[in-house]
Every structure is written in C-alpha cells, then in structure tokens.
Design a binder for this molecule. Structure first.
Ligand code: AMP
Length: 267
C-alpha cells in the first residue's frame, strides 16, 4: 500500500505586532510519497506569489500518515447560483442555510462575523447552528482543517471539470480552479463530522468573489459573496446544539481524510 504524507504550509508576514505575524496563505495536502516533491514546489510558489504580501516566514511541515488510519468519504454534490449583487448572494446564502436547520439568527450572525473581520483568520469559526454563538474560543486562529485531499488527482479534476461544464461555470483561472478544488475537499471533510450542520465561506483572495454554502450534502457555489478587491474572507462551520465539540474539532484538525476515487465519476 502507498505511503501517505500530510504536507502543510503556512506563510506569514514579518511579525511587527508581536502576534506571530499576519497570516498570508496556507495549504493542506495529503499525498503519496511520489507527489510530495511537486506539492512542495506548488506551495513554495503559492507562498511567494500571494496577493496578500511578501511572506517573511514560510513553515512547511510533513507528517507520515499511517494509511490504515485514513478515512475515505464521498464529495459533496455541487450546485451553482449566480446573483447580480453581493447583497443578493448573501441573502440567498442565509435562505439556504435556513432551509437546512440553521436559524435565521445564526445565519445572519455568521455573515456579519465574516463581513466585519478586521483581517482574515487562519482557520474557521465554529458556531452553534441555533443560537449563533461562537463555540471554539480560538480567536483569530480558529479551527484549521488539515490532513485532507482527494484520492486521485486526475479523476477528481475531471469530476470538477464535468461539474463546471454541467453548471456552465466558465472562465475560471487555474488559481480559481485550485481554490474550488481545495474548498470542495475541505467542505466534504467538514460535512462528514458528527453534529455538523453546514458551512459558510468566502475567500480572502481579492480576485475571487465567489463563495459557498455547504448544507444538505451539497456544496452551493454562490457568486458574488463579496466585492472584488476585498482582501478579507472567512469561514463559519455550524454545529448542532449539544454536538460533541471536542470530538468534532479533533476530527477536523487531525483525522486523515481522502475524497474517495470511487465517488468521483461523472457529476
Ligand atoms: P480561502 O478560501 O483559502 O481564501 O480561505 C478563506 C478563509 O477560510 C480564510 O481566511 C480562513 O479563515 C479560512 N480557512 C482557510 N483554510 C482553512 C482550513 N484549512 N481550515 C479552516 N479554515 C480555513
């Protein structure tokens, strides 16, 4: 059986404020040994050429993963919704979340929490799906999902391209395609946690105003979720009241997960 490795990258700006330095970009992969080198090169390029600034420190961590510990999951189904304005995109996100058991209060608080962030976080806020209270207590760090990927890069790329054709999503750049790929893997892993209720996200990439809502086993790509040029994005993961929070966070941060190849046929 192939050996798998978790490869993580975190790039930060110079630490002027004494808080570890502003987060510029990060990346989480889980790949076989023969792909580690190529992934390291991609991460290096991404860290060096990020629109958020010059990386002062780039941390890369590689951990060997016991292949018996890897959980295989299906990807979320993909849908796409386009609106004329950010206001409409965000209103549609709220409505979708409400249709899947997240209260109006929680959906609106989550939207406001992302929209008023003074700067992007490293991870996601974990929020109660009914009260809208933030539960993780991890401040600007949030909960960072890691140790996840697709099982077969080539087939997963075809799966995404088919979905884009079916939904008539065109014109995406390779960078935007990579973001879509990473977001779908992340959202699929997030959704496989016990007590998970949904997710709301838009990117901090100033050139990428598409966001998504994940709920009801579907990844709803929504555009626009922010004004072009805005460098602040964020993620909220909703959990049901009384969900086993420590167990869920441990799964999100540590459980190795692959989106299984067997589910990535024509979408
Ligand atoms: P991105 O789509 O990569 O621009 O990320 C948008 C926001 O999602 C970031 O500002 C973070 O708050 C959050 N985020 C990015 N990567 C992760 C991750 N691996 N786990 C949890 N949250 C993340």
């Amino acid at each position: 059986m192939a050996d798998w490795f978790s490869v993580r990258m975190r790039a930060t700006e110079e630490d002027i404020l004494g808080d570890g330095g502003r987060h510029i970009s990060g990346c989480e992969r889980l790949v076989t040994e023969d792909r580690v080198h190529a992934v390291l090169e991609q991460m290096w390029r991404r860290a060096k050429s990020h629109e958020h600034g010059n990386a002062h420190a780039i941390n890369i961590r590689i951990d060997a993963i016991d292949s018996a510990s890897i959980r295989r999951i299906p990807p979320l189904a993909i849908e796409s919704l386009a609106y004329a304005t950010v206001k409409e995109g965000r209103a549609a996100s709220c409505a979708l979340l409400e249709r899947h058991g997240i209260s109006k209060t929680a959906a609106q608080r989550a939207l406001a929490a992302i929209a008023t962030l003074p700067r992007s976080m490293r991870g996601a806020m974990v929020v109660d799906a009914i009260s809208g209270e933030r539960l993780d207590g991890l401040g600007e760090r949030g909960v960072r999902l890691s140790r996840m990927d697709c099982e077969n890069e080539e087939n997963f790329t075809k799966f995404l391209q088919n979905a884009m054709l079916r939904l008539a999503i065109g014109g995406d750049t390779p960078r935007a395609m990579a973001k879509f790929r990473e977001a779908l893997v992340l959202a699929s892993k997030a959704a496989a946690a016990p007590g998970y209720a949904g997710e709301l996200c838009w990117s901090d990439d100033p050139n990428y105003s598409t966001g998504y809502v994940a709920c009801g086993k579907t990844y709803h790509r929504i555009s626009p979720m922010k004004e072009p040029g805005n460098p602040i994005g964020g993620r909220v993961l909703f959990v049901r009241p009384g969900a086993p929070l420590a167990e869920i966070i441990d799964y999100w941060q540590r459980q190795p997960v692959l989106v299984a190849d067997e589910f990535c046929g024509p979408s």
